[in-house]
Design a protein around this ligand. Structure first.
Ligand code: GRF
Length: 217
């Protein structure tokens, strides 16, 4: 553990390939963060296995049958216990309420497999393919209580090819997600930024070692 590394928790519900991309980028020193916990609302999420293989602590807090706010209180308690400062959603298939958002915002980040604000919600790649767009991609954004509505940090585009299926498109988008998420997290951790309206504004001119002004995040 190092004081120089941001303490990041990852929330996921599934296979966890974006978690792996983040963890590998951290291990290579490309993102100045330590993933201190992987949390899932699904006890059988493959991403928990990927975390265990890497020696990263895991916790499963099943959401099924539990009131939403009680579930989120438990998530917050687990994150507080490991002193997580940032939260990365990586295929976490639930909306978050103010119980969670108010505790961690604006340091909650999500990745979505489409160019928001087009195609929010589930099956975004299939939505885009069925609509017939010629370009899709992925979006890393800050998280609010809406469905994929928070301010955008970074987007990467992917052309839709004539012979694409929804699956081949999803595969190429996923490759770009694995670049976009570590890149965006690195930007958020190493540069000064603020949310101005809907925009995440990065300030290249201010020394990151100086204390943050009270008005900044
Ligand atoms: C990704 O497509 C991500 O954009 C979306 O959920 C999927 C998670 O995939 N939010 P993985 O579990 O990271 O492989």
């Amino acid at each position: 553990m190092s004081d120089d590394l941001a303490r990041v928790a990852v929330l996921l519900s599934g296979r966890g390939s974006n978690f792996v991309a983040l963890a590998d980028a951290c291990a290579r020193g490309e993102v100045p963060a330590e993933i201190v916990l992987v949390l899932s609302n699904k006890a059988d999420a493959g991403g928990l296995d990927r975390a265990r293989e890497r020696g990263i602590p895991t916790v499963a807090i099943p959401s099924k049958g539990m009131p939403r706010e009680e579930h989120e209180s438990r998530l917050v308690a687990a994150l507080d216990e490991v002193e997580a400062h940032w939260v990365c959603l990586a295929g976490y298939m639930r909306l978050l309420t103010p119980v969670f958002i108010d505790r961690y915002a604006p340091r909650i980040v999500n990745i979505h497999p489409a160019l928001l604000p087009s195609f929010p919600g589930v099956d975004a790649q299939a939505q885009a393919w069925e609509y017939g767009v010629r370009v899709s991609g992925c979006t890393v954004h800050l998280v609010d209580t809406g469905c994929d509505t928070g301010p955008i940090v970074l987007q990467r585009t992917v052309p839709v090819l004539d012979d694409d299926t929804s699956d081949t498109l999803a595969h190429r988008i996923l490759e770009q997600e694995h670049v976009a998420y570590p890149t965006a997290l690195r930007m958020l951790l190493t540069r000064r930024w603020r949310v101005h309206g809907r925009r995440v504004v990065f300030d290249p001119l201010i020394d990151v070692d100086r204390p943050w002004p009270a008005s900044a995040n």
